[in-house]
Design a protein around this ligand. Sequence first.
Ligand code: HAM
Length: 417
Amino acid sequence: MKISKIKGFADLYGTESDRFTLMENQARKIFGACGFTELRTPILEYTDLFKRSIGEETDVVNKEMYTLTTEKGRSYSLRPEATAGVMRAYIENALYSKNQICRLFTTGPMFRHERPQKGRLRQFHQINCECLGSESPLADADMITMLMRFLHALGLQRIQLEINSLGCKQCRPVFRQALRQFLDALPEGNLCEDCRRRRTTNPLRVLDCKHEECKKLIEKAPRITDYLCEDCQRHFAVVLDILRQQHVEAHLNPKLVRGLDYYCRTTFEVVSGEIGSQSAVAGGGRYDGLISALGGPDIPGIGFACGMERLALLLPEPEPEVPDFYLLVMEEKDSSRAFLLLQELREHGLCGEMNFTCQSFKSLMRQADKSQALFCLIFGSEESASNSLTIKSMRDGTQQSVPLDHVLPFLQEHCHE
Ligand code: HAM
């Protein structure tokens, strides 16, 4: 039986893989310039970490985790997101003792057992940033501005930043109560099955239900922004004001509640209208109580993650890397001499390959053509006898004989003109 990949999992190769490299390089450049250093956490963590951080009542923890239990009864889960693992690592390695503000960047695969569709996979990749140690609204504005700079640097134009404040321990329960009262007063049976359950377990999640019926029913629901306490109001106003001054356009969306329980105050998503229903390319927010809830010191934090598969859908076809040469050797007896030359050229930073088995000139030329190299270096019997190569420009077809010991300077001169 042929073994295929698991549903919702994907192989990344060719231009798709190039797009991922491009995103990671751009992320390292832009986030690095803002003081972020890289943290790589394990893909597998104790299930309790996700229960305690993301929340037991969230779909992510409740329905979507890949969990395995050992014979001894220990439960491990594949990470469904990066934040929980980053917080664990931050606490466990006492990273808070190094700098007052700690900025951590993580990238890699995440796993959620959701129904696969365009832009939604079961193994997907995130670029994730966390800024720990400041409760200033400047930190919020800094993270959002940096995220937008990153997305624009990737060439994304038609994207929209949506923003909301989820309040804090003081004001959110008051809003929750008002929302529950509103939901309880709705005609029984009109909400979808999930929302009927959420009404008691996690009423805020009803606000971003995707069912048309539910959307209509909650049109007149109370708005969290009307319930913010004075401190939360002030915090949010400063964030919005700084974004405005930075010319970062933010669209206020009081129904933006996010699918993870750790958030407080500023939350945001970046959406695109060009990739179908899975339109969020990035999401994040503040989570001031999370580190202490996981047993660490009382340190505030804010972060975001971008979905790389969704960003890849929006990126233009990357320019292919053009090799400098293709070394074409006609006879086995010359292969080792050609191989030594190949290694010498590469050691000097030139990029190219050679044929390892000798075939007809025509088929080797076809391979040289396919490689899109700038120059084809032909090593046939005549060249072998005269210790030279024929160098053919694959751009204009001109060719010339070059002594073997002049090949390196020739390519150095002509490849990066
Ligand atoms: P999230 O909104 O669950 O937030 O995920 C962030 C992004 O990951 C989404 O906007 C989306 O682009 C991508 N994503 C999520 N699920 C899938 C999927 N099944 N297939 C493809 N892409 C997906 C978080 O994960 C938070 N940890 C972000 C954060 C960091 N908040 C604070 N710090």
